[in-house]
Design a protein around this ligand. Structure first.
Ligand code: PMP
Length: 285
């Protein structure tokens, strides 16, 4: 991703793509002091753009690295990036991190929090699995307790076990891994939330220790508009065989049907197809 034409917004200016670099002694590289957003632009408009900007600022606040920008300034930066790269349908990545500066130890309050926004074309996150039903491995790592790390933040440190779990899943021929949390409840995938269907009703993990995805919240409200009952609750892995359908939600994943988790199989059923088309219509409306 580093060797491309185009422009990336960095700390207030558009810089040529290949020049958007940071110093090796950036605090973030050593201590994971970084938060980010993943957004999708559909037909020139970023879906829930302000919600994503607000979540980035909130992630910074939760991780004690206040981001020196307002929602409006982030909106302007994203618009500038899309315009400079002539993108209409794109993935947008905003990132804020503690740079290099006065400190090189764990404490770094004197190091400036820097911000960048990049955007590029990015199709289906799970490729061919998208409509056939993705195969998920069960991660060996557990999502941590909110007493361990602020789990509501979209923070780089929370993704270390995601990368490890996704590598392990791919090595087994799976598209992704499903995490349980530290209590043993079904939690989320490495970059998406999970939903299940049982006898026409929908069940999804309570957002008490997972990222309460913007797509998750959108999908719950679309389902309720469709008069589908949605239960947000603690789900035990022993319940998996009792569910008939399953899908993942996320900005990148959109609605991706799941065909298999570990040994359990699911159908790509009517409700999965209905919510996928309702979501597609909604993001482009
Ligand atoms: N959980 C995790 C761990 C994620 O990385 C993501 C993607 N941001 C999600 C859930 C879904 O969040 P959203 O719908 O806001 O993209």
């Amino acid at each position: 991703y580093d060797d491309r034409d185009g422009f990336i917004w960095m700390d207030g200016a558009l810089v040529p793509w290949r020049d958007a670099n940071v110093h090796i002694l950036s605090h973030a590289l050593h201590y994971a002091s970084s938060v980010f957003e993943g957004e999708r632009c559909y037909g020139g408009k970023i879906f829930k753009s302000r919600e994503h900007s607000a979540r980035l600022l909130e992630s910074g606040r939760l991780m004690d690295m206040p981001i020196p920008l307002s929602v409006d300034e982030l909106e302007a930066a994203k618009a500038a990036v899309l315009e400079a790269n002539k993108l209409h349908d794109a993935y947008v990545r905003a990132v804020a991190w503690r740079g290099a500066g006065e400190d090189m130890g764990v404490a770094a309050s004197r190091n400036k929090v820097r911000v960048a926004v990049a955007a590029w074309e990015w199709g289906a996150y799970y490729g061919d699995a998208k409509m056939q039903g993705a195969k998920l491995d069960i991660a060996k790592w557990k999502r941590p307790s909110p007493e361990t790390i602020p789990t509501a933040a979209k923070a780089a440190g929370l993704y270390m076990i995601c990368t490890m779990s996704k590598h392990a899943a791919e090595a087994k021929g799976c598209s992704d891994a499903l995490f349980m949390d530290w209590r043993g409840y079904v939690a989320e995938a490495t970059g998406a939330n999970v939903f299940f269907v049982k006898d026409g009703e929908v069940h999804t993990p309570l957002a008490d220790a997972i990222l309460n995805g913007i797509t998750r919240q959108t999908v719950i409200s679309l389902l309720r508009d469709m008069n589908v009952t949605v239960h947000e609750r603690h789900i035990m892995p022993e319940e998996l065989p009792g569910f008939q359908q399953c899908w993942l939600t996320g900005t990148a994943a959109e609605i991706t049907p799941v065909g298999q988790i570990g040994e359990h199989h699911f159908q790509v059923g009517q409700l999965t197809r209905d919510i996928a088309s309702a979501y597609e219509a909604h993001v482009r409306a």
